[in-house]
Design a protein around this ligand. Sequence first.
Ligand SMILES: Cc1cc2nc3c(=O)[nH]c(=O)nc-3n(C[C@H](O)[C@H](O)[C@H](O)COP(=O)(O)O)c2cc1C
Length: 181
Amino acid sequence: MELLNLLALSGSLRKASYNSAAINALQELSPRHVEITIGDISHLPIFNPDREGENIPELTTLKYLLSEANGLIIATPEYAHGISGPLKNALDWLVSGAEFPYKPIMLINTSPRASHAQVALREVLSTMSGNVIENSCVTIPLLGSELDRNGILAETKIATTLAEGLGIFCKEIELLETVTL
Ligand SMILES: Cc1cc2nc3c(=O)[nH]c(=O)nc-3n(C[C@H](O)[C@H](O)[C@H](O)COP(=O)(O)O)c2cc1C
């Protein structure tokens, strides 16, 4: 089996973030032929199109990781019915690059009540020509659970949902890559 590289981004900068915890747990749950790299969007400057030609090391790293990735995983909180600022900022920096279009994407929603951000995120991603693999997207009830990475791994139902979503995502990527070969 070919090695699959996946890039995962959390839209939360909070230390005890459920979204970051979900991504950390997913990294542990990934099968042997799947490597999940967790990207850092916390040090990107605030998006300014005037700066797009500048050498911004954090952006260069993010773009490199994305270009090397077979797929992208995003977990974001909802703030005031919108996508988190740090995630939207990162996506804005990626809009004009060649790395993003047609990238398969899996979404993780850590709060069943947070529907607005998920809708808004899908709109942004489709505008950027991302390929959201809908049947791989998962919603897990982490809000208020106090679960961290290890707690998620210990909760069989939640861990299984994450692992199944990832399994579908990887299969879909493999299928897409076979078709485009
Ligand atoms: C300022 C603020 C606004 C929020 N607005 C919403 C909201 O509109 N809808 C919602 O479902 N949750 C909202 N929340 C709850 C967060 O989405 C929730 O705390 C989430 O777990 C944060 O993600 P994290 O745990 O990964 O940091 C808000 C939280 C904060 C601090």
